[in-house]
Design a protein around this ligand. Structure first.
Ligand SMILES: Cc1cc2nc3c(=O)[nH]c(=O)nc-3n(C[C@H](O)[C@H](O)[C@H](O)COP(=O)(O)OP(=O)(O)OC[C@H]3O[C@@H](n4cnc5c(N)ncnc54)[C@H](O)[C@@H]3O)c2cc1C
Length: 376
């Protein structure tokens, strides 16, 4: 249940293996974070360890989906440009570069002058940076749409799951306002809505992000070769606190020629309002990094809610105490990127097939028994 990018990816892989899938969505497909996010499919930005390794696998699956026609014209390969504004940030980028290289990822450290050559118009506050050539981009709601088409699984819109249906200590279906639906397996991929259903209320952490959309700077595709991603963004992913105020700014050149500028990380907030203070702070920082933005008009602002977890890793796997129940949530700011890998890993798990990817570190059991309230 839950038709964000994770639910859609799971449904895609399950139906391709011949399973019969029904998708239940409280609102409409991509109504959650998947429709209110950027779409960086980026290994460059990932926290070292399992997240970086899984992102690498996910990016390969994105490429395969393009070759197979599933994501034709939706996924765009492009480099990521990491940039630093302080000496401390230069060090963060150097650490990230070392971690990426250890994984076999190509990187190219750049001085200020070299960055200027590749990204003309950069501001003088940028000290140095790094190019990571092999990343990509795909907008979440467009991926959801294509995966649903490709899977052919029926989607029941405006059908929230209220509770799990249990019998003899096993999950046997779900209870919706329209009645009970019986299933061999129930997969909860409902973002924040997963919390009350599977005992994760105290473990999931919402983190709001505000984003700004400009008009077109180019009518011939993206206005920059790749996104400008601050070392502050890396620091947030690496769970580091930098001495100087450092936001997780990203200036993302969309294929439409527009810019997507973001984003805040507001822990504990679940409203989707944007506010003048946050938007103006992001714009001020973006202008200092890339003064050419001053020519653009702001045409829209919006916010989405990332769902993080207490230990910063997603939660993917079998429920620790309830047979028949599977969970895939807590993707924080990485769900667009990771969705193909999570989708395949979850489909393997549900079908009892050998695992294509090692997601054992994401197992829900690491948080204990996860008692489920109010099931009947
Ligand atoms: C500002 C911002 C920028 C981001 N940028 C990036 C990025 O560049 N790259 C990246 O990889 N990730 C990014 N992300 C993160 C990414 O958007 C999420 O990790 C991803 O969309 C999560 O997908 P999901 O399917 O788990 O959840 P969601 O997309 O939230 O889907 C969950 C669905 O479940 C439904 N639901 C909830 N409760 C129930 C219920 N009881 N019954 C039925 N349905 C229910 C909801 O309506 C929703 O449609 C960003 C997020 C934000 C907010």
């Amino acid at each position: 249940m839950g038709v964000g990018i994770v639910g859609a990816a799971i449904a895609y892989f399950l139906t391709r293996s011949g399973a019969q899938v029904t998708l239940l969505e409280a609102s409409t497909p991509a109504a959650g974070a998947s429709g209110a996010s950027d779409g960086a499919v980026s290994v460059a930005s990932k926290r070292p360890g399992p997240m970086m390794a899984l992102a690498c696998e996910a990016r390969s699956l994105y490429r395969r989906w393009v070759e197979q026609g599933v994501l034709k014209d939706i996924y765009h390969p492009r480099p990521t440009y990491l940039f630093a504004r302080t000496d401390e940030e230069v060090a963060v980028i150097a650490h990230q570069g070392a971690d990426l290289m250890a994984l076999g990822e190509r990187i190219l450290p750049l001085t200020h002058a070299e960055l200027m050559q590749r990204v003309p118009g950069l501001g003088r506050h940028v000290l140095a940076g790094m190019k990571v050539p092999n990343d990509g981009h795909a907008l979440g709601y467009r991926v959801v749409d294509r995966l649903l088409q490709a899977s052919g699984a029926p989607v029941r819109r405006h059908t929230p799951v209220l509770r799990l249906a249990q019998s003899n200590g096993k999950v046997v279906g779900v209870i919706t306002p329209e009645g009970t639906l019986v299933a061999d397996a129930v997969i909860v991929a409902a973002g924040l809505g997963s919390g009350p259903l599977v005992g994760l209320d105290d473990i999931l952490i919402p983190r709001k992000g505000q984003l700004i959309v400009t008009d077109r700077a180019s009518t011939a595709g993206a206005a920059l070769p790749g996104p400008l991603m601050s070392a502050g963004y890396l620091a947030a992913k690496r769970r580091m606190v930098l001495g100087q105020a450092s936001t997780s700014l990203v200036i993302d050149p969309l294929a439409t020629g527009q810019f997507l500028i973001g984003s805040s990380r507001e822990t504990g907030f679940t409203d989707r309002q944007t506010d003048v203070l946050t938007v103006s702070t992001l714009l001020r920082e973006a202008l200092a990094v890339y003064p050419a933005l001053a020519r653009q008009r702001v045409i829209r602002t919006f916010a989405g809610i990332r769902i993080g977890t207490r230990d910063g890793l997603p939660i993917v796997g079998r429920h620790p105490t309830l047979p028949g129940l599977f969970i895939a949530t807590g993707m924080e700011g990485d769900g667009i990127c990771l969705a193909p890998v999570i989708g395949k890993a979850m489909a393997d798990m549900v079908l009892g097939a050998p695992s294509s990817f090692d997601v054992s570190v994401l197992d829900p059991g690491r948080f204990g028994d996860l008692p489920v309230q109010g099931s009947s």
